[in-house]
Write a protein that binds this ligand. Structure first.
Ligand code: 8YV
Length: 331
């Protein structure tokens, strides 16, 4: 038969995915799961037919320029492609694919979890019981949070995850508002009873909870800038499961410290995995709930994402168009 493509996988993936990859490809697996250095990535890209990176690999123009003749496909394990210079890849004749859809519902669940956790003081409450032995008993005025039902949720980015969040939030009695590059279909707006805001500024100023659900691109860098964050009501909460660089994190911290934004639920940060110590202080004060990028971290999603990578690689090598090709002009 045909020679199997040499597929370099940069991180440890779930066992069933690795087993299948070993069957189908000449798979080079990262057994100890240490992130590759730029030098190791360059070495891998010099010989591989296919690279399977994750968000912890920075595949920039410099690396792509050094890629070997054989490298024709970067099949990323993940949805966001902000870690890959897709335009440079296209110029070098390298196809890029991602793993959309299969992580949508899990990521929307995690957004909902943060959306509930911050106003209802879930993590703070859990700590009172477990760590601090501070629970003196129930009192009618103790540890009061803010009601979620009946409030206005403003979704920044009404794509797959934003829509999945909107469905959940509607069921929780929130009214749905959104800002997006384009309006969604009238049918979807009807289903969600959603209000479209052409002006992000105007939407931000009127929401009780704001959720960031857009991709990180040059156009969305600091989309929630210091100026825009200052428009948010002091009683409002903000949730981000997308990417840390969409919010001006320093400005958000200052506004929360000053009591001008009530709280934040963050799964992503400006400089992951390091976290601004001021955010940790805010978390200790109960103003922020911080998670270590767990949005799509379920075993089911990870297996499905692996399957998607495999489908894309196989399609490419069978001479078909890979279903999840990422085009530079879509970014
Ligand atoms: C995962 C993510 O951590 O897919 C994304 O864009 O940020 C997360 O769901 C990532 O996919 C792992 O590579």
């Amino acid at each position: 038969g045909k020679k199997k493509p040499l597929v370099v996988i940069t991180r440890k993936l779930p066992d069933p995915v690795e087993t299948r990859m070993r069957e189908l490809f000449d798979a080079r697996l990262n057994i100890d799961d240490t992130p590759m250095s730029q030098e190791q990535l360059a070495a891998a890209m010099a010989e591989a037919d296919v690279l399977v990176p994750t968000i912890t690999d920075r595949i920039d123009a410099e690396l792509i320029a050094k890629a070997g003749e054989n490298l024709k496909l970067i099949a990323s394990f993940g949805n966001g492609v902000d870690h890959i210079d897709v335009a440079a890849a296209a110029k070098a004749g390298i196809v890029v694919t991602n793993t959309p859809n299969v992580l949508t519902e899990d990521t929307a669940d995690m957004t909902m979890a943060l959306l509930l956790a911050v106003p209802r003081r879930l993590v703070e409450g859990a700590h009172v019981v477990i760590d601090q032995d501070k629970w003196g008993g129930w009192s009618p005025t103790w540890m009061l949070g803010r009601r979620i039902w009946g409030k206005r949720l403003g979704i920044v980015g009404m794509g797959r995850i934003g829509t999945a969040l909107a469905r959940r939030a509607k069921a929780f009695g929130l009214s749905i508002h959104y800002h997006n590059r384009n309006r969604v279909s009238p049918a979807l707006e009807d289903e969600l009873e959603a209000t479209y805001w052409d002006s992000l500024d105007q939407m931000l100023a009127r929401m009780d909870i704001i959720s960031v659900n857009c991709p990180s691109t040059p156009a969305t860098f600091h989309l929630l800038s210091a100026r825009r964050l200052a428009l948010i009501q002091p009683s409002a909460f903000i949730v981000n499961i997308a990417r840390g660089d969409i919010i001006d994190e320093e400005a958000l911290i200052e506004l929360m410290e000053a009591g001008k934004i009530a709280g934040a639920g963050l799964d992503v940060f400006a400089h992951e995995p390091s976290i601004n110590p001021k955010l940790l202080d805010l978390a200790r004060q109960g103003k922020a709930v911080l998670l270590p990028h767990l949005g799509s971290a379920t075993i089911e999603a990870r297996i499905d994402m692996g399957e998607k990578v495999i489908i894309n690689v196989r399609a490419f090598y069978d001479g078909h168009r890979p279903p999840d090709r990422v085009l530079p002009n879509r970014i």
